[in-house]
Design a protein around this ligand. Structure first.
Ligand code: G6P
Length: 609
């Protein structure tokens, strides 16, 4: 949510700021801005409502070769998307970009209105004015002014600050909103996400909460807010350029759907031993005794991560004896007075590792003394650093706002964690072997399903472009998969899509079936197949417009459209069906002409509550 970039060095700052913002645009895209400062302290501020291209249009008239600057792409929290509310915000001679929320901005603003003429409705301008009040026209070092201001702030922030009076330095700080400093040769770069730094440097310092850094082109001095020096660790950025480019695809979403055979292989690498029917996860760091004693799992996530947890819970319950699994939505759970029994472990699921509600749950759960295990993608992210142990899903950067490849790998990573518990509890190998075998086979099966069905799904999607309502249906493991399918369609094509357990149909949703709706039913073969077929018939009897996704080759009910998946997979079929849902959402959105990768009102990483 929102993106920050900063540059100080010997090159043209505007170039890096714009290219960096484009890389971060998926995080927020309702307005953007940059400021650069010349050697003699002249600032050039350019801001625009809308996407980065709007900013670029303005840039051509304001091109300069300043060597220091900061930039921001915004997802509005305080104040509507507009040029005035776009960052950077100015107060006196300082400029500030900010991710996060200043919770006590009202109190602070009340103190500052007499000394600062507020031009926006943002909490960020309040922070700028506060810093400026301590800066006192450059009478105090900028870094000291920033520290004094931050000590009064309640809330979350990742910030970068520059001053016309000190045009060779920048101050950055973080509390609850990520900030990475790229270490270059005669240049230092700043970003809220390492992807903006890729191609510029491989070395980065990830700031921790409560740290502030004074940066010049060849120095980085990190301290805590209490002025204790921090010896910051320089880490390697693992992402490469190809991972953050579209690679010939029209959209990141399609690229990310199509790369699932490879991304899942990365999740499995070194963790699955088919010959010996075992899985090994090093990251959780739990001893065999600790694994054996687990009686309860709490799985926490938001959005797609929550659905991944739900689907994984169905599987874990099937093969792990005497264990209960509770899957919770982070934004709810953080405020519940939930009792967590002894011998519990919490799985904290997050692609970005930065989602505010998920992070808050992690901290609450830790306070209760429960062991936390991260199922995270973004390496070095806040959640990854705060959990007691974890399993990275290693799917590479996921740039499209709608999550696809992360979902598949999150499910399997959690199932593998379940399998390690089952192994420790000495569950019979004959029970676990089919799961392990299928997990190992999944990447190739995914490749097959994507290849066989892409064009079919595209054609089917084109027939439903004019519908505004959809119902997704499934039973057992197909139900969480249906939920995820509905979320995908809703997120990017703005169709009012909701999922129901087939068994719930008669308790309400059946009343909806009419010509305004179409229905997508997930029908995996298995013990509940016949029951699901009866449910399909109930919808057909009401003239429902039904699409069925199934692996049952003999399925022959007169539904409007069928996607028949050919696969050897029996257990993880709902994951394969979800590929069809992903493609369906993608092609529907393309046909509707909407922005696939950056759907309206949403952002990739929700770092505010
Ligand atoms: C946002 C994204 C979703 C994602 C959810 C949780 O809503 O748009 O795609 O599932 O956040 O994100 P996380 O990074 O915690 O998995």
């Amino acid at each position: 949510m929102c993106g920050i970039v900063g540059y100080v060095g010997e090159k043209d700052a505007q170039n890096f700021l714009i290219s960096g913002l484009k890389r971060l645009e998926y995080r927020g895209y309702d307005s953007a801005g940059i400021v650069t400062i010349s050697e003699n302290g002249k600032a050039t501020l350019i801001r625009a409502k809308g996407k980065i291209v709007e900013l670029e249009k303005k840039l051509s008239k304001n091109k300069n070769d300043d060597k220091i600057g900061i930039g921001h792409t915004r997802w509005a929290t305080h104040g509507e998307p507009s040029e005035n509310n776009a960052h950077p915000h100015k107060a006196g001679s300082i400029y500030l970009v900010h991710n996060g929320i200043i919770e006590n901005y009202k109190e602070l603003k009340a103190e500052l209105v007499s000394s600062h003429d507020f031009k926006s409705n943002t909490d960020t301008e309040v922070l700028a004015a506060l810093i400026n009040s301590f800066y006192d026209n450059g009478k105090h070092p900028l870094v000291n002014a920033v520290v004094q201001a931050l000590k009064l702030v309640k809330g979350t922030y990742g910030i970068a600050v520059v001053s016309e009076l000190e045009p060779e330095e920048m101050v950055v700080a973080r509390c609850g909103s990520p900030l990475v400093i790229g270490v270059g040769h005669d240049e230092t770069l700043v970003a809220s996400d390492a992807s903006a730094l890729v191609g510029h440097t491989k070395n980065a310092i990830y700031l921790n909460d409560g740290e502030v850094a004074l940066i010049t082109k060849n120095s980085i001095e990190v301290k805590t807010l209490n002025a204790e020096p921090v010896s910051a660790k320089v880490e390697e950025i693992e992402t490469n350029l190809a991972a953050i480019q579209k690679g010939g695809y029209d959209h990141f979403l399609l690229k990310e759907i199509m790369e699932q055979p490879e991304s899942l292989s990365e999740t499995l690498r070194g963790r699955v031993d088919v010959e010996n029917n075992t899985v090994h996860l090093g990251g959780p760091g739990l001893s065999q005794d600790e694994l054996r004693s687990i009686k309860h799992l709490v799985i926490v996530g938001c959005g797609t991560a929550y659905h991944a947890g739900l689907l994984a819970s169905y599987y874990i319950e099937k093969f792990t004896p005497e264990i209960t699994v509770e899957v919770v939505i982070a934004s709810e759970y953080r405020y519940r007075d939930a009792y967590i029994p002894d011998d519990s472990v919490a799985l904290i699921v997050s692609q970005s590792g930065e989602t505010a509600d998920t992070l808050a749950c992690l901290r609450e759960i830790k306070k209760k003394g429960v062991k936390t295990i991260g199922i995270v993608n973004a390496i070095g992210s806040t959640i990854a650093r705060e959990v007691d142990g974890g399993t990275y899903v290693h799917v590479g950067p996921e740039i499209s706002v709608a999550s696809t490849k992360a979902f598949t790998s999150q499910v399997i990573a959690m199932v593998m964690f379940g399998l390690t518990i089952a192994q420790a509890k000495s569950v019979k190998s004959s029970i676990l072997a089919p799961y392990i075998k299928e997990i190992a086979a999944l990447p190739e099966e995914i490749r097959k399903v994507l290849k066989d069905n892409s064009e079919i799904v595209k054609t089917i999607a084109s027939k439903y472009v004019d519908y505004d309502h959809a119902i997704y249906l499934g039973r057992d493991t197909a139900y969480p998969s249906a939920m995820e399918g509905a979320l995908k369609l809703k997120e990017i094509s703005y169709v009012d899509a909701n999922a129901y357990a087939f068994g719930e149909l008669k308790h309400g949703p059946l009343a909806l079936v009419d010509d305004r709706f179409f229905e997508i039913a997930l029908l995996p073969e298995g013990p509940l197949f016949e029951k699901a077929v009866s449910n399909v018939q109930e919808v057909l009897a009401r003239d429902g417009h039904m699409i069925v996704i199934t692996d049952a080759q003999e399925f022959d009910l007169p539904v409007e459209n069928v996607v028949k998946i050919t696969t050897d997979i029996k257990i993880f079929t709902p994951l394969l069906m979800n590929l069809i849902s992903q493609l369906f959402a993608y092609y529907t959105t393309v046909a509707k002409g909407f922005n696939v990768d950056q759907p309206r009102n949403l952002a990739k990483s929700v770092t505010v509550e």
